[in-house]
Every structure is written in structure tokens, then in C-alpha cells.
Design a protein around this ligand. Structure first.
Ligand code: M6R
Length: 619
């Protein structure tokens, strides 16, 4: 939530505004309620800020340009304290002299009491934000210390909550100071220029060399130096890493929206997540795994913690991992996990799933699990993010940057990584499925081409979405691994098309939800493969008949060659044949495409749906 950029270049390089605006454009997916910039310009700082999307700030800058500068900060906001107005937009100034400007991501939990003390001292506030409180405190601390890093250190000692702060001061031109606690901040290392960003997208157009910071650290950048210290002043070093993708990966590549592009990236996302997971003998290896094999052999329980789409990936993983390892798997919404007094010990493996690696609820669940003695593995798409660093081991998905707020390719990559983890555990523990691991890996290896084939058939789905622009409610039914897919299809529609959508386990239908069916009600049904065990296919075909008999309009997602569905389907969308447990990697694709085009047909903003932000860094 909120995108943050900081930049310092050498004296001859005074294009700070362009660098900051470029970074904000790449970070806008993190929040788009308002945006603003501040530059050091002579003996003061100059700011421009505007409610609404970045385009509004651009227009403001054209109407009222800023002078050249070597040093700047920029912010794109997802509102927490105070509505999305010009006044509440960041940066905020502190002090009466207009020399200090501050931007912030996160929530200052004790801001009420801090604000009370400032009001008693006569401080005048111009916004309703918690951030402005910190700006005034920082300006006062600067008066006292005469140096921005020291002032920042003094102020963070009094703050509670989660925050990333970036500040500039006109008396220290050529310096940006950042601080982080439980909120993202990475450093970009340039040649004669350095950068700060909520994530590497902020500076990917300029450098792929980056530095990861730990919690409770302060970083001071100039054009030629980066200095990291702890909140207590102790010297520290960030961890250097190289970003594996380039600026082109964070662009639309000829598609109209990031979401459309990312849907089409999915064959690569799955293939890349599978890369390098087998040794010369075809045995699975996970070289990013820092937990010992002996520890993994002893686990007797797995808990997946995640939110939203990532939690649905976890639900798919449950079916596969239990099947292959016979270890019980529970899936907990990360924000519920901590508060349900979870039963966890050193034989519990807690697997967190997060695209961003910054979701606060998931991060807190991981920390809590570790506190209770669990082993923790992070399935994550973002190098340099917090959750992997707080975990015992990491399994990176290689989906590349996901910019659209609605998660698509990350979902497929998460499911793929969880399959790999399940197969790895099966192999390690030597159960009855250990020998099948290689065969499943081979089947997985065939999936990217199947997704490609499927993507080539989506014209009819686009047409159906076009007809349904006025639809007020859509239901989704699935069973077994199709159940989380149904819920994911419904989530996509809610967040993108703002219409009522619900996903049900098809078996639950007769226990209540069937009452929702009335003539014309559109229902997507994800039909299990005819090769599924326990006659699941036949049971779902019966469900289709039951809702059809009550007037539902059935849009059926079925395997190629499954003729049994034909008589009861208003529309059939065919997916290539694959192993039943792997089917979600295919069956979810038409649902993503449907949501994309329904949102488009309604004239909505596909990439930046209302009220949302890409990464939810507050609880
Ligand atoms: O970055 P994360 O994977 O931790 O994010 C989790 C959810 O916030 C995310 O999947 C959300 O549900 C998506 N917007 C859904 O499309």
C-alpha cells in the first residue's frame, strides 16, 4: 500500500523530478488515491500534490512546473488516515520554514497521543493524516540535532506501528533519509545516483543492482553513498541482490492493460517456476531451502497462511500436498491465524504464500508461527521483500513483476511452487507417492503449452463477457480442486467488475445456495475431469442439471472430449486434458479472462480497481 520513491543524483544531474515521476508511474499499482512529489530547490523544498491518479499530478506539474533538482521524493497513496484529498496527499511538511518534506507508507498507531502533544505546543495541522504528525516531529528533531539521519533516529524511537518514511531537508541538499519498520523499502544502487523505493519497480528503469534492508533500519543515500544503520545507531549492511527482470517486464508489451498482459505471461510464469527444480537424475531439489531434510522428514502437520488469491492457491495446494505426502494440511487466512490460538510446534511447517512478500497479515502470521517454534517456508514472487527474509526458507515463484492489482500469473506460479513443494516432501519422506514425483513433474512441464493453447481459444469468453455487462450477480461452482478455482473466479469478478459473485463447493448447493437460482442466473461450473476419482465428474454433471432445471444459464468449463456436459450447458469452454490435481492451472484461466473483459465492457479500470491496492501493507 502506497508507493514510495526517493532519488539523489550528482550536481550535474538535476532531473530528480523525471526519475521520481517515472518511479511513481511504475508504483502506482500500490495505491492511486492521490500522488505527490517534493524536491530540494535552493533553500527550501518545493512540493506538488494532487488527489486522484498520477495523471492529475502530471497535469498539475505542467500547469505549475517545479525547478530542476538533484534530490527528490515521491508518493502514491492508498488512504488510511484522512480521505483522498489534495491536503491529505503526501508529501507533508514539518516546521514553519518549509524546509522539510516527508512521505510515509503504513500506519502510526500512536499518532493520536503524539498529535495531542503537538497541538498543546501550538502546532498547526493542515491535513488529517498520521504522516503530518511525524513531519512536525521530524522538523523539531532536526532543529535539535541539525542533521537529518540523527533526527530520523530520534523520531522513530517514539513511533508505534508499521512505517516506511522518506525525508528530505533543504539544509542538507543531496540527501534522502529513509526508515523502515514492518513496511517495505529497498535501495537501488546506481552510478553517481542512488534510489529508494517500496519495491524495485521504482528504479528498474535505471539500475538492477539493489540492496535489501532489515527491519528497524535507517538508510541515508547521497549520489555516491548508501549508509545503513539500526534504529539504535549501530552500523549495519544491507544484502545486495540483482533484480532478475528488466524494465520491459514491467510494461504492457502491446496489451491494453497489465492484467491482459499478465494473463498471457502465464505459460512463462509456470515454466519459469518449474525451472531448475530437478537434478541430473530427475530427482527434485530445492536449493533455496535452508531447512534441513531431517527437519522436514519430521513434520507432522502443514499450515498454509495467506490472504485473498494466495489463500486460494493454498487451498489447491492442500489437495495436492495431502494426496502426495499424507501430511495433514490446513489453510488459514493469515489475518485469522494469529488470533485463533493456533496449535503449532517444531513439527509444524507453516507455508506462507504471498506474491508481494509484504502483505502485513501474512507477515505477522509468519512471525507468530516462528515465535511458536514452527518451521516456516515462504512461497513468494518478490526478491528483497520482507516475508522471505522473516522465514526459514524460501521457494521463489518466477512469475516476473505483477502490476495489475488483480492477481493472475502469480496465482498460477504459486500453485506450481506448492506442487513442487508437495512433490519434494513426498520424495523426501519416501511415501507411496515418492516414485510418482518425476511423473507429475513431467505432467507439470506440459502445462505451459496447454495454457498457451487455452489462451488461443478465449474469443468466446470475451464475447460472453461483452453480453453480460449488465449482469448483477454471477455464481461459480466447483468441486475438489475446482472449489478454490470457483472462489478465485468469484473474487476476480468482485474486485474487477464490482458485481456480486460467489464461489461454492458444488456439493454444498443443495444445502442452501440453490435457493439463489432463478431464471437467467449465470452460473459458471468447473467440471472435474471424467478421469477424476470417486465419480466426482458425474456428481457435478448432476449439479449442472439441477441448476439448469431451475432456469440457470450454465457456462461450463470442461475438459476436451467430455461430451457428458453438452446437453446441460448453455456454453461450454474447453480446457486441454491434464491430471485432475493439476487442472486448476487451466480451469482458472477462462475465469480470469471473463473478469477482465466484463470489467472492460463496463468501462472500468481493469488494472486499478476502486478501493484496492496491490500490496496490503497495513493490518
Ligand atoms: O501479495 P499477496 O500475494 O500477499 O497478496 C494477497 C492478496 O491481497 C491478493 O492476492 C489479492 O487478493 C488480489 N488482489 C486478488 O486478485
Amino acid at each position: 500500500m502506497c508507493g514510495i520513491v526517493g532519488y539523489v543524483g550528482r550536481v550535474e544531474d538535476d532531473g530528480a523530478l523525471d526519475v521520481v515521476m517515472e518511479g511513481l508511474a511504475r508504483l502506482e499499482y500500490r495505491g492511486y488515491d492521490s500522488a505527490g512529489v517534493a524536491l530540494v530547490t535552493g533553500d527550501h523544498t518545493s512540493t506538488r500534490k494532487k488527489s486522484g491518479k498520477l495523471a492529475n499530478l502530471r497535469a498539475e506539474l505542467e500547469a505549475d512546473p517545479l525547478p530542476p533538482s538533484t534530490t527528490g521524493i515521491g508518493h502514491t497513496r492508498w488512504a488510511t488516515h484522512g480521505g483522498p484529498t489534495d491536503e491529505n496527499a503526501h508529501p507533508h511538511r514539518g516546521g514553519a520554514d518549509g524546509k522539510l518534506a516527508l512521505i510515509h507508507n503504513g500506519i502510526i498507531e500512536n499518532f493520536h497521543s503524539l498529535k495531542g502533544s503537538l497541538l498543546n505546543r501550538g502546532t498547526v495541522f493542515t491535513s488529517e493524516t498520521d504522516t503530518e504528525v511525524v513531519a512536525h516531529l521530524l522538523a523539531a528533531a532536526y532543529e535539535q540535532h541539525g542533521e537529518l539521519t540523527d533526527a530520523m533516529r530520534a523520531v522513530v524511537a517514539d513511533l508505534e506501528g508499521a512505517f516506511t518514511l522518506l525525508a528530505i531537508h533543504a539544509d542538507q541538499p543531496g540527501v534522502v533519509v529513509g526508515a523502515r519498520r514492518n513496511s517495505p523499502l529497498v535501495v537501488g544502487l546506481g552510478d553517481g545516483a542512488n534510489y529508494l523505493g517500496s519495491d524495485v519497480a521504482a528504479f528498474i528503469g535505471h539500475t538492477r543492482q539493489a540492496l535489501e534492508l532489515d527491519q528497524d533500519q535507517i538508510v541515508t543515500i547521497t549520489a555516491d553513498s548508501v549508509t545503513v544503520t539500526g534504529f539504535d545507531g549501530s552500523p549495519a549492511e544491507g544484502r545486495a541482490f540483482e533484480v532478475t527482470w528488466d524494465a520491459a517486464a514491467a510494461e504492457k508489451g502491446g496489451y491494453t492493460t497489465f492484467m491482459e498482459k499478465e494473463i498471457h505471461d502465464q505459460p512463462h510464469a509456470v515454466a519459469d517456476t518449474l525451472l531448475g527444480r530437478t537434478d541430473a537424475d530427475g530427482r527434485l531439489t530445492l536449493d533455496e531451502m535452508d531447512i534441513t531434510e531431517q527437519q522436514l522428514q519430521q513434520i507432522d502437520r502443514i499450515i498454509v497462511v495467506a490472504c485473498g488469491t494466495a489463500a486460494y492457491a493454498g487451498l489447491v495446494a492442500k489437495y495436492a500436498i495431502e494426496r502426495w505426502t499424507r501430511i495433514p494440511v490446513e489453510v488459514a487466512l493469515a489475518h485469522e491465524f494469529r488470533y485463533c490460538d493456533p496449535i503449532v510446534d517444531d513439527r509444524t511447517l507453516v507455508v506462507s504464500i504471498s506474491q508481494s512478500g509484504e502483505t502485513m497479515d501474512t507477515l505477522m502470521a509468519v512471525k507468530h508461527a516462528r515465535l511458536l517454534g514452527a518451521l516456516t517456508i515462504s512461497v513468494c514472487n518478490t526478491h528483497g521483500s520482507t516475508i522471505p527474509r522473516e522465514s526459514d526458507a524460501v521457494l521463489y515463484t518466477h512469475a516476473g513483476p505483477e502490476i495489475a492489482v488483480a492477481s493472475t500469473k502469480a496465482f498460477l506460479a504459486q500453485i506450481t511452487a506448492c506442487y513442487v513443494l508437495g512433490l519434494y516432501l513426498a520424495q523426501l519422506r519416501g511415501g507411496s507417492f515418492a516414485d510418482d514425483a518425476q511423473a507429475v513433474m513431467k505432467q507439470l512441464g506440459e502445462v505451459p503449452d496447454k495454457i498457451e493453447t487455452l489462451l488461443g481459444r478465449m474469443d468466446r469468453v470475451k464475447e460472453i463477457a461483452g453480453f453480460m455487462a449488465d449482469t448483477r450477480s454471477v455464481l461459480f461452482l466447483g468441486r475438489h480442486v475446482g472449489y478454490p478455482v470457483a472462489m478465485e473466479g468469484a473474487l476476480k469478478l468482485k474486485e474487477l467488475a464490482y458485481i456480486h459473485a460467489e464461489g461454492f463447493a458444488a456439493g454444498e448447493l443443495k444445502h442452501g445456495p440453490i435457493a439463489l437460482i432463478e431464471p437467467g442466473q449465470p452460473v459458471f461450473v468447473i467440471v472435474p475431469s471424467p478421469s477424476s476419482e470417486h465419480g466426482l465428474h458425474g456428481k457435478v454433471v448432476s449439479n449442472i442439471q439441477e441448476i439448469r432445471a431451475r432456469g440457470a444459464r450454465t457456462i461450463v468449463i470442461a475438459e476436451e472430449g467430455d461430451e457428458a456436459v453438452e446437453p446441460f450447458a448453455d456454453e461450454v469452454i474447453r480446457v486441454p486434458v491434464t491430471a485432475p490435481l493439476l487442472a486448476p492451472l487451466l480451469t482458472v484461466v477462462p475465469l480470469q479472462v471473463f473478469a477482465l473483459w466484463l470489467s472492460t465492457a463496463k468501462g472500468l479500470d481493469v488494472d486499478q480497481p476502486r478501493n484496492l491496492a496491490k500490496s496490503v501493507t497495513v493490518e
